[in-house]
Design a protein around this ligand. Structure first.
Ligand SMILES: [Zn+2]
Length: 290
C-alpha cells in the first residue's frame, strides 16, 4: 500500500516537473552507478550510542536518537524502493520510524533531499534546512517540497529531549550547506562530533571560497579540543590513509574491549581540514585569475 503510494507520487512528480520546466536540472532522477540499490544497498549500523548509519554505499542518511524521539539526517533518492529501504534500515537497527520527530537536510543536492516527498507522506515530522538550500529544494520539488518548518540559521540550535544540536552554515558545496555539532556517546562516554554537511568545494566565487577556507580553519582549530569525531555524508570522504566508512565500520565491529573507537581520531580531522584548505586555496587562486 505504502509502496504503491510512493510510486505514484514519484511518477506524478516526474511528470509535473517535466511539464513545468524542460531544463535538465528538473528532470526526474535516473538510476546510475551511485544510486542503484541493487548494488548500493548496505547493512545499517550503530556508530555511537545515539548515532546510526542508515544510508547506502555512496551517500549517507543517519539517525540521531534522543530521549524524546529521533532526528533523521538527509533522505537520499526518490528512485523506486528507496523509501522502504530507508525505513527498513531504521527498523533493522532497532528504531521505529514513527519516533522520528525531525528530518534535517544538510545540503540542497538531490542525493540528500529527493526522498523527502515520499517520507513526508508517511512520517509526522518537522522539516529543517537552511534558507539558501530550501530554495534549491523547492525549485526542484515544487509543490511536492516538504514544508519549511525550520529555516536553519548560523548559530541556531535544536533541542530534542536530552540532546542539543548546534548548527553552523558552511557554504561552499552548496550556498546553504549546514553542519552540526553534537555530543555522541560511546558506551556512555561522551565525545563531540562535527557533522559536516558538504566537504567538497563546488564554487568559483572567491568570497564563498574564502568563507569555506575560514570555516575549515575554524573546524581544524577545534579538533582535539571542542571536537574529536568527524562525521561526513559520503562514504569515501575521509582523510588520506584512513579507511572508508565501511572499512571503519568493520573496525568498530571487531573492536576489542579497551580499544579506542575508530571514529574518535581528532588528528584525522586536522588532516582532512588541511586537505580541504589546500585544495580550496588552489581553487581560490584559479578563481581570482579569471
Ligand atoms: Zn552534494
Amino acid at each position: 500500500m505504502r509502496t504503491q503510494g510512493m510510486l505514484s507520487i514519484v511518477a506524478s512528480l516526474g511528470l509535473a516537473l517535466w511539464l513545468s520546466d524542460a531544463s535538465a536540472q528538473l528532470a526526474p532522477s535516473r538510476v546510475n552507478a551511485r544510486n542503484d540499490l541493487s548494488t548500493m544497498a548496505r547493512e545499517p549500523f550503530k556508530v555511537f550510542d545515539n548515532l546510526y548509519f542508515v544510508g547506502q554505499g555512496e551517500v549517507a542518511s543517519y539517525v540521531i536518537t534522543t530521549s524524546e524521539g529521533h532526528i533523521l539526517i538527509d533522505t537520499m533518492w526518490d528512485l523506486p524502493g528507496y523509501t522502504e529501504y530507508l525505513l527498513n534500515n531504521i527498523r533493522k537497527v532497532g528504531l521505529r520510524p514513527r519516533d522520528i520527530k525531525y528530518v534535517l537536510i544538510l545540503q540542497g543536492h538531490r542525493d540528500h533531499f529527493m526522498g523527502a516527498p515520499a517520507l513526508n507522506d508517511i512520517l509526522n515530522v518537522q522539516w529543517g534546512a537552511a534558507e539558501e538550500d530550501w530554495k534549491l529544494i523547492e525549485k526542484d520539488l515544487g509543490e511536492y517540497s516538504p514544508p519549511r518548518d525550520i529555516v536553519i540559521k548560523e548559530g541556531d540550535s535544536l533541542t530534542l529531549g536530552d540532546l542539543t544540536i548546534d548548527f553552523e552554515i558552511t557554504p561552499g558545496h552548496t550556498p546553504g550547506t549546514t553542519s552540526m555539532r553534537l555530543p555522541v556517546y560511546d558506551n556512555g562516554v561522551r565525545h563531540n562530533a562535527y557533522f559536516h554537511g558538504g566537504t567538497a568545494l563546488r564554487s568559483d566565487d572567491p568570497a564563498t571560497i574564502r568563507e569555506f577556507i575560514a570555516d575549515s580553519e575554524r573546524i581544524k582549530a577545534m579538533a582535539g579540543k571542542e571536537i574529536d569525531v568527524q562525521i561526513v555524508n559520503h562514504y569515501d570522504i575521509t582523510p588520506y590513509g584512513a579507511p572508508d566508512l565501511f572499512q571503519r565500520a568493520r573496525l568498530l565491529e571487531n573492536r576489542k574491549p579497551g580499544e579506542p573507537h575508530p571514529w574518535v581520531r581528532p588528528g584525522e580531522i586536522v588532516r582532512l581540514m588541511d586537505e580541504l584548505i589546500a585544495d580550496a586555496r588552489a581553487q581560490l587562486e584559479a578563481a581570482e585569475q579569471n
